[in-house]
Design a protein around this ligand. Structure first.
Ligand SMILES: Nc1ncnc2c1ncn2[C@@H]1O[C@H](COP(=O)(O)OP(=O)(O)OP(=O)(O)O)[C@@H](O)[C@H]1O
Length: 589
């Protein structure tokens, strides 16, 4: 014989209270929702109304909706998981908020007893249904003249705070302020005229002021701008508020979502594409599905399509702003450039927007990528901010414009900009290419310095570096340490090899090709100090001074400092100190 499952209601209530819902406060939402659904189901009745009343340890929600017949009371109220809001095939019916057939159970989060007095609009007598948290119920005759239902809860011991009039009013307003039927709590209306973005005959200025006012009251900020959203396929309308402050890109922004005008939750995830962290949305949708807890959106194709559609509308706003109000766009970018740049890494249109409007750091001032390309034809950039700091001034003096690609996304954006059809030639600055622009010394200056050059070379030989004497601007820079990129790569391999075991070192050897060029220590003969060092007669001091110049150039360029470099920097520092401090006086003299 087939038997049916038995359900232990205490277990189910525990499941709901501790695992499904985040807070018992949802009980009021479920009651309001049932009342609204009952009104939706009734056609041709009196004007719909929902009234919530608070009493001593009780709360009741009345509607003049469709009501229930005796058969429905047994079938729908007393059967967990049975809902009158599904069609013959068992699908959730579009027009209703409820669908799972478990919402009423949430009343047991705060009450031991739930009493429903109902009279069906289809006729028949009024009935009372009393359900208890222990899983028993009874049906009894009751008094009620008009069709509709009143659900009354009696507070469980210790749950009185959920029945306090101020709490009830607050919750009713939170969940129900946008509902399409009037709701009152103890006679006071809690429903507004509808969503602030509704289409009605308000003058445009008033409508805008309402939208801004809503953000101020409910979200707590004055938006930079308000973008109206509409995604017909999801039955979605609403607004995206552009944040007036910068948001953390790693933190997903959460949005206030209403489903059929009932608040789903105040911080819903997954409504917008990840890059859109510069807005907070408030939306109402009819075609998106809630999860069973009704606190999040169900991640299905409809949600994915909605995400994409909202993303497109935000992009559209940005593009329009660029076309119509560049000053405002500049102000927007000053706050939200990270988000837009993150987008530009994948999206050509945003890439053009950033290139055209976002001023980047260069050694010819802050200018946009587009202007930089237009002015100089080709775009040279550094991969890191350190590299930029070390070389910007020297490159500028050689008339080599360089852009700092060290900020988040900038190097990627520059490289992608070059790859656009018709984009400029783009290349990473190769430091060794700067050296080719430095002036060689005239023969009559160079020749007498041969001896010094050999001494200097010996001083840094063990570090694999080549000493070069040149003359360049700015004269304030005494020495530059320049590594061309293939040399930098070879140096890294060498360092790894030194730490690797034999077998691994053998493998690495296969990759170590002779570097085309060793790193260069370029001494600037235009610099006064360097000229004096070149003229030193004392070979030991010249040796130490060269090592000191090497250390200074290494540190200034933020180059990696190896153990051998540390030893040398130390030695040269002490050596110079030794030369500078007068010797101890001989007391006997
Ligand atoms: N105020 C009411 N008027 C008429 N019928 C009601 C009322 N409240 C509950 N019902 C009936 O009881 C059924 C069960 O309600 P319950 O809230 O448990 O589930 P639901 O609203 O169908 O779905 P969900 O779990 O998604 O809320 C409803 O489908 C509805 O038919």
């Amino acid at each position: 014989m087939d038997r049916t499952f038995q359900v232990d209601l205490r277990g189910v209530v525990d499941l709901l209270s501790n695992h499904l819902y985040a807070s018992p406060r949802v009980y009021l939402r479920e009651l309001l929702q049932n009342a609204v659904d009952a009104l939706t189901a009734r056609t041709g009745g009196p004007p719909p109304a929902v009234s919530v009343r608070t009493g001593a340890g009780t709360l009741s929600v009345s509607d003049n909706g469709i009501g229930l017949t005796e058969a429905q009371v047994h079938e729908l109220l007393a059967t967990i998981g049975r809902s009158g809001k599904r069609d013959e095939l068992g699908f959730a019916r579009q027009e209703f908020l409820g669908q799972f057939g478990i919402g009423l159970l949430s009343a047991f989060l705060v009450a031991d007893e739930v009493r429903v007095v109902t009279r069906s609009a289809a006729g028949g007598p009024a009935l009372g249904w009393v359900g208890r948290a222990d899983g028993t119920y009874r049906v009894e005759p009751a008094d009620r003249d008009e069709p509709g239902s009143t659900v009354t809860l009696t507070a469980r011991h210790g749950c009185g705070q959920w029945f306090a009039p101020t709490t009830v009013t607050e919750l009713a307003r939170l969940y129900g302020s946008m509902l399409p039927v009037p709701v009152t709590v103890d006679g006071t209306p809690v429903t507004d005229a509808g969503p602030p973005w509704r289409d009605d005959d308000r003058p445009a200025g008033t409508r805008r002021a309402d939208l801004v006012g809503y953000a101020q009251d409910v979200l707590g900020f004055t938006p930079f701008d308000v973008i109206e959203l509409s995604v017909p396929a999801a039955g979605l309308t609403g607004v995206a508020y552009v944040l007036p402050f910068s948001a953390n890109p790693a933190e997903r922004t959460r949005h206030r979502v209403y489903l059929k005008r009932m608040l789903l939750a105040e911080s819903v995830d997954g409504l917008l594409p990840e890059w859109a962290f510069f807005v907070r949305c408030v939306v109402d949708a009819t075609e998106l599905r809630p999860t069973a807890s009704r606190e999040a959106l169900y991640a299905d194709d409809a949600l994915a399509a909605t995400q994409e559609a909202i993303g497109a509308q935000l992009r559209g706003w940005l593009v329009r702003l660029a076309d119509t109000d560049p000053d405002r766009l500049a102000r927007f970018l000053a706050v939200h450039h990270l988000g837009v740049k993150a987008l530009a890494v994948h999206d050509d249109e945003m890439l053009r927007l950033v290139a055209q409007w976002w001023p980047m750091e260069t050694n010819v001032g802050r200018i946009t990528l587009a202007e930089f390309a237009a002015r100089y034809g080709q775009v040279r950039y550094t991969q890191t901010a350190d590299e930029f700091r070390a070389l910007a001034a020297v490159a500028a003096a050689q008339d080599v414009p360089v852009l700092n690609g060290g900020y988040t996304y900038d190097a990627e954006i520059v490289a992608r900009f070059g790859a656009l059809p018709g984009g400029p030639a783009v290349r990473r600055l190769d430091p060794s290419e700067l050296a080719t622009r430095f002036d060689p010394l005239p023969a009559e200056v160079e020749l007498p310095l041969q001896e010094f050059r050999r001494t200097a070379q010996r001083a840094v030989d063990e570090l694999g570096c080549e000493v070069v004497l040149r003359s360049f601007e700015p004269a304030t820079v005494p020495a530059l340490y320049l590594v061309d990129r293939s040399a930098a790569h070879a140096a890294e391999l060498q360092a790894t090899r030194a730490q690797a075991d034999e077998v691994w070192a053998g493998v690495l050897d296969a990759f170590v090709k002779p570097a085309q060029q060793r790193p260069q220590l370029v001494l600037n003969h235009r610099n006064d100090l360097v000229r004096r060092v070149c003229g030193l007669r004392d070979e030991r001091l010249a040796h130490t001074a060269t090592q000191a110049l090497y250390g200074q150039a290494l540190l200034l360029g933020h180059h990696p400092v190896r153990p051998a470099d540390v030893v040398l920097i130390n030695r040269s520092f002490l050596g110079l100190l030794d030369a500078a401090v007068p010797p101890e006086r001989d007391e006997r003299a």
